[in-house]
Design a protein around this ligand. Sequence first.
Ligand SMILES: NC(=O)c1ccc[n+]([C@@H]2O[C@H](COP(=O)([O-])OP(=O)(O)OC[C@H]3O[C@@H](n4cnc5c(N)ncnc54)[C@H](O)[C@@H]3O)[C@@H](O)[C@H]2O)c1
Length: 272
Amino acid sequence: MNGIEGKVAIVTGAGRGIGQAVALGLAEQGALIVANDLDQEPLNETLSQIEAMGGKGVGLAASVGDANIGTRLADLAVSSFGDVHLVFTAAGYTWDGMIHRMTDDQWQAIIDIHLTGTFRVVRDAFNVMRDNAKAAMDRGETPVARHIVTVSSQSGFGNLGQANYAAAKAGIVGLTRTVALEGAMFNVVANSVAYGAIDTRLTRARESQEERHGQAVLGIPKSRRDEMVGDLPMKRVGTVEEAAGPVIFLCSDQSNYVSGALLEINGASHIS
Ligand SMILES: NC(=O)c1ccc[n+]([C@@H]2O[C@H](COP(=O)([O-])OP(=O)(O)OC[C@H]3O[C@@H](n4cnc5c(N)ncnc54)[C@H](O)[C@@H]3O)[C@@H](O)[C@H]2O)c1
C-alpha cells in the first residue's frame, strides 16, 4: 500500500514521453487520471492504454499556455473524480538558440509554457487541495497527503543554447519550494525533479526525426548528441520508465515528509 490507489492525479503533457509514462505508472497504482496534452491523438492513446489496464482517466486537449488551463484541469478533476491529490507537470518543449540570436518570441514562448504553465496548473490545483484539506481540518481530521511534482531539468543549472529553457526550469524550482512552504500546514508536499537526458523526442537525434513544435525543430543534432551520450557516466540516456519511477515514489505515502526537494535523475551526470 503506497497510498496512491484512489487518488486523483492531474498530469500535463501526458500524451508522450515522460508525462505519458507517469500517467500510466500512476494509473497502474490505481490513481484516477486527469490527462492533458496539446495534441489530441497522443492524449487519446494514453487514455486507451489506461483503460486497457483497467484504470480510469479523462482527458483535456489544450495548451498549458492558455490562461484558464489551471481552472479547466482542476474543474475536470473535481467534476470527474471529486478532488485533486496529485499533480505532475510535464507539458513542454524546447526551442533552442544561442542568446545572441534568441528572439523575444523564442524567450517568451518557453517561459509561457514551462514556467507560467506550471504556475497556473499548480495554483489552481493547489486551491482545490487547500480547500479540501481545510474542510478536513475543520472536521477535526488530518488531511490526506497530497503531492505536487514539477519538472525541472539539469539545464536549469545552465546549458548552451538554452537561456530561455534554463531560466524557466530554474524558476520552476523556486516556485515549487514556495508551494512546499505554503502547502505544509495542509499536508500538501511539493517537489521538483531535474532530469538529465531521457529518451524522448526532445533528446533524439534531430536528423532521425521530423518532430517539430511550431517553429521549433525538436531533438539534438546527431554529432552533438553522440558526444553528449559519450560523456554520460552510464554511456546511455535514461528511459521514460526510469524517469517516471522516482515520480511515483514522490506521489506516494513513502514521501509524505519529503517537501521542497529537487531530485536529480540523470545517472550521475551531475557529478563531474
Ligand atoms: N527528455 C529529456 O531528456 C528531458 C530532460 C529534462 C527535462 N525534460 C522535461 O520533461 C518534460 C517532458 O518532456 P519529454 O521529454 O517527455 O518530451 P515529449 O515531447 O516526449 O513530451 C512532452 C509532451 O508535452 C506536450 N506539450 C508540449 N507543449 C504543450 C502545451 N503547450 N500544452 C500541453 N501539452 C504540451 C507535447 O505534445 C508532448 O506530448 C518537459 O517539461 C521537458 O522539458 C525532459
